[in-house]
Ligand binder design. Structure first.
Ligand SMILES: C[S@@+](CC[C@H](N)C(=O)[O-])C[C@H]1O[C@@H](n2cnc3c(N)ncnc32)[C@H](O)[C@@H]1O
Length: 327
């Protein structure tokens, strides 16, 4: 796919750019490069910035590299997963010493890109015929077919329940197991649909939307990777550095919310009416606690509708006082 064909409209573009405005120079990591829309904005609006773009999908890396080739002086794209943030930074530093040292920013725009969803052969879409794949990185890991082959009914029920299909998880899981093996995504989608009571089928969107999302999250280990990446970013970013995360699913948003809160409160668990009396030291402050896209953006780009943007700034912490009053 050429960069002209690989099109994804960046979500909450102005809001994301706004988070990074104070960071005029330094390395910003775009951990979810996709088609490169956010990276392009970061490069255009910060002539002193360097951007390291990562994606686990080689076709995204290729397309974004082509699109952003005019910035090759200060842009590097790597086929890497964002939970390997430290490894990616080391690799970028090795290839260009202007990328050495601690980064000042990290952007994660989670989930899948439009080109991934719109190509049936990738197996993400319940509408387009394709194989049971769903791997964002088609060069490694287990396909959806392999995952389904290994899970039992209890595991499948709980992964559907936890990742977006709380109501009919058991019925759907049972129907999926009974219908194995599948020759295509559309066949799987039909089985999911028929497992849902007729009355419930008439409300909301296609029931396979939530089920396919839950399966995709499992196939790609999305929640574990998000936790690892944020844990590393809290340690790696310079004081004054900023982290912005766009999530599209309550499971990922609640991870971001709770990890950000832990940084902002310093892990203080005192009841809020007393203020913090345990001596916990905040390690970050909120830049954006939680923001949804405008109604206008959702109308123009319906894929933005479930987006939530959260952002924090890393604070300078005097290590000698860290946790002094704890216990
Ligand atoms: C919503 S798209 C990003 C779109 C991008 N912001 C733009 O403006 O075009 C998400 C991208 O993140 C990638 N991705 C998801 N999880 C990843 C991970 N753990 N490591 C690296 N890339 C990941 C996907 O392959 C996909 O290309």
């Amino acid at each position: 796919m050429t960069s002209a064909e690989f099109i994804h409209r960046p979500v909450m573009f102005e809001e994301v750019m706004g988070v990074f405005t104070p960071l005029e120079a330094g390395v910003i990591v775009d951990g979810t490069l996709g088609a490169g829309g956010h990276s392009q904005g970061l490069l255009e609006r910060g002539p002193q910035r360097r951007v390291l773009g990562l994606d686990r999908d080689p076709s995204a890396v290729e397309a974004a590299s082509g699109r952003l080739s005019r910035y090759s002086e200060r842009f590097i794209a790597l086929h890497k997963e964002f939970d390997d943030l430290d490894g990616a930074l080391a690799q970028a530093c090795q290839s260009d010493n202007r990328f050495c040292g601690s980064p000042v920013g990290l952007l994660l725009d989670l989930g899948v890109s439009s080109p991934q969803l719109e190509r049936g052969e990738r197996g993400f879409s319940y509408r387009l015929e394709g194989p049971l794949d769903m791997r964002m990185d088609p060069t490694r890991g287990q396909t959806l077919a392999e995952v389904l082959d290994q899970v039992d009914l209890d595991e499948l029920t709980s992964l559907l329940r936890m990742n977006g299909e709380p109501r009919f998880a058991y019925r759907i899981a049972k129907a999926i197991m009974a219908g194995m093996p599948y020759s295509s995504t559309t066949q799987l989608a039909e089985v999911v649909k028929s497992a849902i009571p007729a009355a419930a089928r008439r409300t909301g969107g296609h029931p396979a939307t939530r089920v396919f999302q839950a399966l995709r999250i499992k196939v790609n280990n999305e929640l574990e990777k998000l936790e690892t990446a944020l844990g590393k970013a809290f340690k790696l970013l310079l004081p004054g550095g900023r982290i912005a995360v766009l999530s599209y699913h309550s499971g990922e948003d609640s991870i971001v919310k709770s990890l950000f809160r832990e940084q902002v409160t310093g892990g203080c668990t005192c009841p809020s009416r007393y203020g913090c009396v345990c001596g916990a030291v905040p390690k970050a402050s909120y830049v954006i606690r939680s923001k949804a896209p405008s109604a206008g953006e959702i109308e123009e780009n319906p894929r933005a509708r479930s987006a939530r943007l959260r952002a924090i700034e890393i604070l300078e912490v005097d290590d000698s006082s860290d946790g002094a009053g704890n216990g």
